[in-house]
Ligand binder design. Sequence first.
Ligand code: CNA
Length: 257
Amino acid sequence: MAGAGISTPSGIPDFRSPGSGLYSNLEQYDIPYPEAIFELGYFFVNPKPFFMLAKELYPGNYRPNSAHYFLRLLHDKGLLLRLYTQNIDGLERVAGIPPDRLVEAHGTFATATCTVCQRNFPGEDFRGDVMGDRIPRCPVCTGVVKPDIVFFGEQLPQRFLLHLTDFPMADLLFVIGTSLEVEPFASLAGAVRSSVPRVLINRELVGPFAWQQRHNDVAQLGDVVGGVEKLVELLGWNEEMQTLIQKEKEKLDAKDK
Ligand code: CNA
């Protein structure tokens, strides 16, 4: 289970970190209250603030860091049953984790839907509009097209329910870079068997790690990158990790040229 904290080392602010979090820095978006940016009612009146944020987070602006590549390495080794992420920055995909291993619980910019006729489009179709500060319009009915990011009050994607059965099957649960404050995502931490170790890598104790620890819970407190690197070292995966990061860096450099 992952959250915004795995992407802060890539330069994307989280929501709730005091000072640096998005909720403390909303002046630029000119919205009446922080949650408005993800509210449908507000979006229909004024979609501009959401699309300012979309421009920032649209795939291509940021690069994955060691936390994402650690999860990729787990996948390469056949150890990743599923990655449940709350992030909407798409960095898990950029890190090479295949979409079928992912549950993007709060949606993705990879696809978008017309708010009027409900037609579905690849997010890429609207890159030009988003980057050019234009509100994307449906090519068929001219309705406003909204990236498939889950707004407050909207249902979570089908995949969220489809893969819930992963939790009782897991042998180990990592919880990385999340405040575990958003439901129903947060409750999933309690859905693994009680014999299964849960490992938190985060700045502070969160959710059940703070209020209902199990005897086999482990918390590595501090920066996610430091925590992940420590784990990689203990696992003896240092070299593989460095090779992977280097290879992926070269790929992204070539793409940027
Ligand atoms: P959050 O509530 O902002 O919590 C982030 C957690 O990560 C906090 O506990 C922080 O202390 C911790 N943290 C932040 N940076 C680090 C770091 N470098 N090392 C260790 N710990 C760190 O974010 P959640 O993901 O828990 O909340 C869910 C929201 C946030 C979802 O709806 C997301 O869509 C949304 N969000 C996503 C992104 C993104 O896609 N990158 C960015 C901002 C918000």
